[in-house]
Design a protein around this ligand. Structure first.
Ligand SMILES: [Zn+2]
Length: 294
């Protein structure tokens, strides 16, 4: 169930923050010393003193929620609805009365700091691309609005504000990855497939030409289906897992449509934890989400 009580009580939110933050024990955020004693409180937060550097800190010190005029319980509500209900940041702005920029800075930007996923591929691996129509949100308007009159067909490019996003589905490990790229070309594809455990990696693709050089390479065993010919699966050879995962990614991005290409990565990164918490009950989901942020 959605943890409503946490969202109406600042003390409950503080307790949850304390529980998640110090799940491996309390330590000093400044010197990392573990010799700390309880030292009164700061508002609703427990305060501590470090015996090593003699400084004090509390449950919120050094977290993304520190020094915020917005209450912690509101932040937890924002994070919960954002990831579970796919709420746009604009909507959060309206619902919890915190400016879009503040929400972006606290809720979304920390996602940028997370390490890019490093796929360890076992294979067979399906690989496919989709193209996101990026806008100018979050970016200075450095040119007039795009003209909608002339549309161009074909695959998009980063320069045209249609950055390619690659979907990798590793059937060996069951892991799926959604990765933004600057270009849908051979060198990008090689980079994406670089980390693997098998000497020769079986790769399933569609008929896109950028995958063709893999045919010449002993490191890959490429098989493909040509969608243009109406062929979508040939036994095991298909990219259907990528396509269904891609459509989930598209619907995840949909409330954030118009996000500029250089702001797209954190939104795609958030898609990963969203998958992990999707079927968890509300309270567990919030804890899991906070573990990535605290
Ligand atoms: Zn210390």
């Amino acid at each position: 169930m959605f943890p409503l009580k946490t969202f109406v009580s600042e003390r409950r939110a503080a307790n949850l923050c304390q529980q998640i933050r110090w799940r491996d024990g309390v330590y000093c955020p400044r010197c990392r010393g573990e010799s700390v004693i309880r030292y009164g409180s700061y508002r609703v937060f427990q305060r501590y003193r470090c015996k090593n550097c003699d400084r004090t800190f509390n449950d919120q010190t050094g977290t993304v929620f520190e020094h915020s005029a917005v209450e912690l319980r509101k932040w937890f509500l924002a994070v919960s609805t954002y990831i579970r209900f796919n709420t746009s940041l604009r909507q959060l702005d309206v619902e919890i009365d915190v400016s879009y920029k503040t929400v972006y800075r606290r809720v979304q930007r920390p996602q940028e700091a997370l390490d890019a996923p490093r796929p360890q591929l076992e294979g067979p691996v399906e690989i496919d691309e989709l193209y996101v129509k990026a806008g100018l949100k979050g970016r200075e308007r450095d040119r007039p609005s795009r003209s909608r009159g002339l549309s161009t067909c074909g695959r998009g490019t980063y320069e045209q504000d249609k950055p390619p996003v690659f979907i990798l589905a590793d059937r060996g490990t069951g892991n799926r990855y959604v990765l933004q790229a600057k270009a849908a070309d051979e060198s990008t594809i090689r980079l994406l497939l670089a980390d693997r455990t098998e000497e020769s990696l079986t790769v399933y693709t569609d008929g896109f030409r950028a995958y063709e050089p893999l045919d010449e390479d002993d490191a890959f065993d490429r098989e493909f289906v040509v969608h243009g010919d109406g062929e979508y699966a040939n036994g095991d050879v298909h990219v259907n897992t990528c396509e269904s995962h891609g459509s989930l990614a598209r619907s995840w991005l949909s409330p954030h449509r118009g996000v500029s290409k250089d702001k797209l990565t954190p939104y795609l990164r958030t898609f990963q934890p969203r998958r992990q918490v999707f079927r968890k009950p509300g309270e567990d989901a919030l804890k899991t989400i906070l573990e990535t942020a605290l």
